[in-house]
Design a protein around this ligand. Structure first.
Ligand code: PLP
Length: 375
């Protein structure tokens, strides 16, 4: 565990992001996506705060294990939890957990649908189903919607709890991109088929962050934001002008300077003896790939109080080298704290762009060696 390299997480920023989200989604209910340990931010504190202070009551996980952890750790709170992909409803031990712990699986294939519809134990269990409208990953096939409707009828059900689909390209323009247009049209067709068949659909959703940011999918009862709640936009940088999102990064990644020294142009530093680009100073900071600060971050720019430095040489398991040119030297000495990213969404986006990495991966990559501190 580190002592002075820390991942600070601000509940105040989370709350501000939620308020901003509600300004866009005035009438929608929220399913807050908290899979992968709340996108690396620590699922238990994030969900507790979201229920107790923000009044969010529905959450999305990827696996049953994630959902069960929430139920067990947060037994004192009331909320719904959905499992979106790693469902395994047909396994006896999993089925029992769904039934006994009120965890709701999202059904996205015929076998699981038939199992739920034909099982007496699941007779009164909420039916949450997902259709493939063009993403071609998970989902009941839309050309089989009539068969699905028939099976639901035969089972005696008159309604479904939630009908959803997921977009493949919401980081691209929703209104112009052909795939997005087709997926929205297909979802309308599926809803109409249910309505024509007299099966009530209680809730619907289509929008994740990319769509919400563009004000799309808000005609459904629910939206399913993930990334935007943690701050970043999920739109590709070239389309950022289409985004309504102005969230702040809810976290700050901080480390400190273990060593700092003068360097000459061409002077080798660290593993691989990488030559320094010019005369200046190198700060050795206490974060490396063992902390999730990966070798992909070589060459990215980091700032100390607006003075721009650059990650040079190899990133090590425990340390990285940040180079500052002699013409813009920071006021840094051994023991000073050094911030990798703070709450600025612009700087964070710039960092991701330079590293050619998506923000999801940056957050999720931070390892357990870096303590999370909540404020
Ligand atoms: C089904 C589903 N809905 C919503 C989301 C949230 O996506 P985002 O984090 O881009 O908002 C995800 C995440 O992958 C998802 O799988």
């Amino acid at each position: 565990m580190r002592f002075r390299s820390r991942h600070f997480i601000s509940f105040e920023k989370l709350e501000n992001n939620y308020k901003k989200l509600k300004e866009i989604c005035v009438d929608n209910k929220i399913i807050f996506m908290v899979k992968a340990n709340a996108y690396g931010h620590g699922v238990i504190p994030i969900v507790r705060h979201s229920v107790e202070k923000l009044g969010i009551t529905e959450f999305g996980c990827a696996s049953l294990g994630e959902a069960l952890l929430l139920r067990e750790e947060l037994y004192d709170l009331e909320f719904e939890i959905y499992v979106f992909s790693d469902v395994q409803v047909e396994l006896r031990e999993c089925a029992e957990i769904y039934l006994n712990r009120r965890i709701i699986p999202v059904i996205s294939n015929r076998d699981d649908l038939d199992f739920i519809l034909n099982s007496r134990e699941f007779e009164n269990f909420p039916l949450f189903i997902k259709f493939n409208t063009g993403m071609n990953r998970l989902g009941l096939e839309m050309d089989k919607v009539d068969e699905v409707i028939r099976s639901i009828r035969v089972s005696g059900r008159k309604s479904i709890y939630h009908l959803m689909t997921h977009l493949s390209s919401s980081s691209l323009p929703i209104k112009k991109n052909k795939r997005n247009i087709i997926q929205f049209e297909n979802f309308e067709k599926i809803k109409k088929a249910f309505s024509d068949a007299g099966i009530e659909v209680e809730r619907t959703s289509i929008a994740n962050s990319g769509a919400i940011e563009q004000g799309a999918g808000l005609g459904e009862t629910h939206v399913r934001p993930g990334l935007m709640m943690y701050g970043p936009s999920s739109m590709l940088p070239q389309y950022s002008d289409l985004s309504l999102w102005s969230g702040e990064i809810i976290s700050k990644l901080e480390t400190y300077v273990i060593s700092i020294f003068d360097v000459e142009k061409g002077q080798p530093v660290g593993y691989g003896a990488t030559p320094c680009p010019s005369k200046g100073k190198v700060a050795i900071v206490a974060l490396g790939y063992g902390d999730g600060f990966t070798t992909r971050y070589i060459g990215t720019h980091l700032y100390h109080k607006d003075i721009k430095g650059k990650v040079v040489g190899r990133v090590n398991m425990d340390m990285a080298q940040v180079f500052f040119d002699e013409n813009s030297l920071p006021d840094l000495k051994v023991g000073d704290s050094f911030t990798l990213w703070d709450h600025s969404a612009e700087r964070f986006a710039e960092f991701c762009k330079e590293a050619k990495i998506i923000p999801y991966e940056v957050f999720i990559g931070i390892t357990q060696r870096v303590p999370k501190i909540y404020s």
